[in-house]
Design a protein around this ligand. Sequence first.
Ligand code: HEC
Length: 128
Amino acid sequence: MRKRLPVVIGIGIWIGMMWSACTKDYVYHEPLPPQDSVAAPHFKEDIIPVFQHHCVSCHVPGFVLDLTEENAYEQLWSKHEIDTLQPENSNLYIRLTSQTSPMPPDGNLPADTIRMLLEWIKDGAKNN
Ligand code: HEC
């Protein structure tokens, strides 16, 4: 019995360590932050380039909706194109996703790009 005691203690310590390692894992495992708080798009860096590539060929000053860099932000608000309380209800988003009258007229933008625009609206449509 005497000779076995160190072994028993050893096993006991090992089990104790494994157990506490597992508990620590459990205790320290915090939920990941929500995706959009990490990757909220920026108006100037992310949204304006989309307008420049896909919209300003038509949406120039004096047009129904001016999406040029200088005026896009003011125009989106003054022409009620965005609704931060119901982002999916924003006219901008409705037209981007529309099958019958899409913007741009020759077909919807890639889903990732549309999602980014929606994320920007959900994040408060900031002029950032
Ligand atoms: C080939 C020209 C053309 C391109 C490119 C284009 N649009 Fe348009 N857009 C129009 C025309 C014409 C209208 C007005 C008629 C209508 O509402 O369909 C319009 C209207 C809109 C409206 C509704 C404005 C309102 O409140 O009456 C939105 C929103 C819009 N466009 C967004 C966009 C966005 C965003 C892009 C780029 C991703 C884009 N458009 C690209 C021609 C274009």
